[in-house]
Design a protein around this ligand. Structure first.
Ligand code: PLP
Length: 412
């Protein structure tokens, strides 16, 4: 068995497996890539065609624009958030980027690092891991990201939930910013309003940004299956991605935050990427202002993945042998299922290899603990399954999990 370490090696291993035998029918529950849904596809095509046939096309693609973003898109964001949430934002509170991944890189390297006065290396704090694996690589020095273990609550025979362990997290003068995804990739967890208020208190106390990665939050793509309150104030950097609303290839994301944060990030982004695709921004502006993006998110995208998560959950309940100690994280959002197999007989990488042998691809959970440096057995007991596979594959996948774990793991 080859030694796999970080998420990049895992991704390469998955691609190697998929290419090794192109005729093989894999059960591929590994991608973070959303599916192309007919309704979203039709919407984006329609707006793309409108733009191609409009007078603005030549100007849009034939000339550079402003780093902050395409004016009509910035206006659409201001109008939408003030109308929906009454945030009172202005144009100065918005920065458009090529997807949100660059935002985390920009923010981490703008806010973290040696403090000019004290020389202390200020870090990005992830208040609870597991969290998005992409936070691991956003800093040039890995010690600048620190993640904290969660508390765990068993909710039923086969269900559990993480909570922030406020006794364990260490946020203070050495913290440059707090960063979290809400809803969370990979677990589907949504921090409660109470947890958010406590994080907001830290950001106020230490005058640091609370960077909320809203890649799955309302109003788009709205992959939240329980009611969730959005938070905005002078310390929040609210980051939104259009990727899970069907536009990952066009690379459109944005941050909403206090102008002191936007002013710090914008010149850095100018050096890094000049600006995001203006064609994509123009498409999203139209979809946002017409109300169609919010409508499709609520009516189509949310239900599509929620149903698949339920199919997978039911299939595990049907197929898993009773002697295995398994739990799914309560799925409150996203397009993933997070499985915890409470065993020390095999670790997540070994389980990953076993499942791969059975024709099933998923992502080992240990890749989702950015910044966690202390020993933690639970880190090696989880797997992420993506709900982007056909329905019948979800049932077959649960059968492979049940078969491959059977005989290898027992209740303690
Ligand atoms: N944040 C989270 C939680 C994600 O799951 C992803 C992508 O899967 C991203 C950020 C990056 O998204 P993008 O750069 O496409 O906006």
């Amino acid at each position: 068995m080859n030694r796999l370490t970080g998420v990049r090696e895992i991704m390469k291993d998955i691609i190697r497996a998929l290419r090794s035998d192109p005729s093989k029918q894999w059960l591929n529950l590994s991608p973070g890539n959303p599916l192309v849904l007919p309704e979203t596809d039709a919407m984006w095509r329609e707006y793309a065609l409108d733009i191609v046939h409009s007078k603005e096309f030549s100007e849009l693609v034939g000339r550079y624009g402003m780093t902050q973003g395409f004016d009509p898109f910035i206006d659409a964001i201001v109008e939408t958030y003030n109308k929906l949430y009454n945030w009172g934002i202005k144009r100065e509170n918005v920065l458009i980027t090529a997807g949100t991944q660059p935002l985390y890189f920009l923010a981490a390297n703008t806010f973290a690092g040696p403090d000019a006065l004290t020389g202390v290396n200020r870090q990005i704090a992830i208040p609870m891991v597991p969290d998005y694996t992409g936070y691991d690589g956003v800093v040039l020095d890995e010690k600048m990201v620190v993640g904290f273990k969660p508390r765990m609550e068993i909710l039923g025979d086969h269900e559990f939930k993480y909570r922030i362990d406020f006794d364990a997290i260490d946020i203070g003068s050495h913290t440059a910013a707090i960063l979290c995804s809400r809803p969370c990739n990979p677990t589907g967890n949504i921090f409660t309003s109470d947890e958010m208020h406590r994080l907001l208190d830290y950001s106020k106390q230490w005058d640091i940004p609370l960077i909320i990665d809203s890649a799955y939050a309302p109003p788009f793509p709205n992959l939240a299956f329980v009611p969730m309150e959005l938070f905005y104030n002078e310390h929040v950097l609210h980051c939104v991605s259009l990727s899970k609303a069907g536009l990952p290839g066009e690379r459109v994301g944005y941050a909403i935050g206090h102008e002191r944060y936007i002013e710090a990030l914008e010149p850095f982004y100018s050096n890094m990427g000049i600006h995001s695709s203006r064609f994509g921004q123009a498409m999203v502006a139209k979809a946002m202002l017409s109300g169609r993006l919010a409508d499709i998110s609520e009516r189509v995208i949310k239900g599509f993945y929620k149903r698949k998560i339920e199919i997978f959950r039911e299939a595990l309940h049907k197929h898993m042998p009773s002697h295995i100690n398994w739990y799914l994280h309560r799925c409150e959002g996203t397009l993933f299922s997070w499985l915890w197999v409470d065993t020390e007989q095999m670790n997540d990488l070994e389980i990953y290899q076993k499942l791969k042998g059975g024709g099933l691809l998923c992502v080992p959970g240990s890749t989702f603990f950015p910044g966690l440096r202390s020993e933690y057995a639970h880190k090696n007991q989880c797997l992420r399954f993506s709900m982007t596979a056909p329905d019948e594959h979800l049932d077959l996948a649960a059968q492979v999990v049940a078969k491959e774990l059977n005989g290898h793991t027992n209740k303690r």
